[in-house]
Write a protein that binds this ligand. Sequence first.
Ligand SMILES: Cc1cc2nc3c(=O)[nH]c(=O)nc-3n(C[C@H](O)[C@H](O)[C@H](O)COP(=O)(O)O)c2cc1C
Length: 332
Amino acid sequence: MSKLLHLMRRGTEFLGCEVAIMCGAMSWVSERNLVSAISNAGGFGVIACGAMTPALLDAEIAATKAMTDKPFGVNLITMHPDLFELIDICARHNVSHVVLAGGLPPKGSIDAIKGHGAKLICFSPALSLAKKLVRSGVDALIIEGSEAGGHIGPVATSVLAQEILPDMAEVVPMFVAGGISRGNAVASYLEMGASGVQLGTRFVCAEESIAHPNFKQAFLRANARDAVASVQIDPRLPVIPVRALKNKGTEEFTRTQVEVAARLDAGEIDMAEAQMQIERYWAGALRRAVIDGDVENGSVMAGQSVGMVQVERPVKDIIAKLVNEAEAALAH
Ligand SMILES: Cc1cc2nc3c(=O)[nH]c(=O)nc-3n(C[C@H](O)[C@H](O)[C@H](O)COP(=O)(O)O)c2cc1C
């Protein structure tokens, strides 16, 4: 067994795939085509449920299963109003792994997911939370730094890895995400104790990704510094920052926050509704860019590694390149 596969063994055994490289769920992008291509190439694909209805998720899982007999996961967002119905849909399809994003798992959700025999993966933004999640029964953790695309936390991947891996790597499989684009970075996190990695930005321009050609073009043209985090304009309205390419949509988001904050002030909506409106804004804006190709007004969520995405290529080539680079780095 190569040194790389040896370092990844805990991750591959946990995920049931050949290489412990997960393609993180990306709303609108991570659907049947990309997910099955990743799993068929030996990695681990994850369907982004995002704001899907239970019926849509049901159809997407069935369609993905028709395209691969390899394991894949489903990403559910904790705030989804039909979360428990979505968990039941995953159970009905015997989905092997559920990735829960968007904060701490709501009451009863861990038992519901694990009760159906699925393995549960959560995001951990700090060491104390990592310990708490494992105590509550979570099977594996992803630590995702602020370099990543989409919704982000405030701390960089390199710091989270140093802070969390020494205590947790022996306890549960740990996957590192955010800013990874080359195999030598994969190798270094494995050497620090990770069982695998999760990449998003790197896979957006895969040939199998259904992202609109304009969306892919925007990625191919962008540099690291174009992928900026959104700014919170009102301290009373806590908004989870989102990393995306700078465009008119970024400015539009600032205006949306002002409007939502004004409605909150006027007592027209409460805090929970205000936050829901912000999340709905993102879902709509991302769809506009990924599906409709409006990369000026929509949200082009992208991580800082976007500058290293330079050509559109098949998933299996992207994974092979990462593996070769990682193996070369470990052989040194
Ligand atoms: C376009 C886009 C959409 C995303 N949507 C989601 C999502 O719906 N749920 C989620 O948990 N993470 C989402 N992410 C984060 C990815 O799953 C992944 O963790 C992240 O992209 C890894 O960092 P990287 O972009 O630096 O590779 C998204 C990322 C991107 C770029």
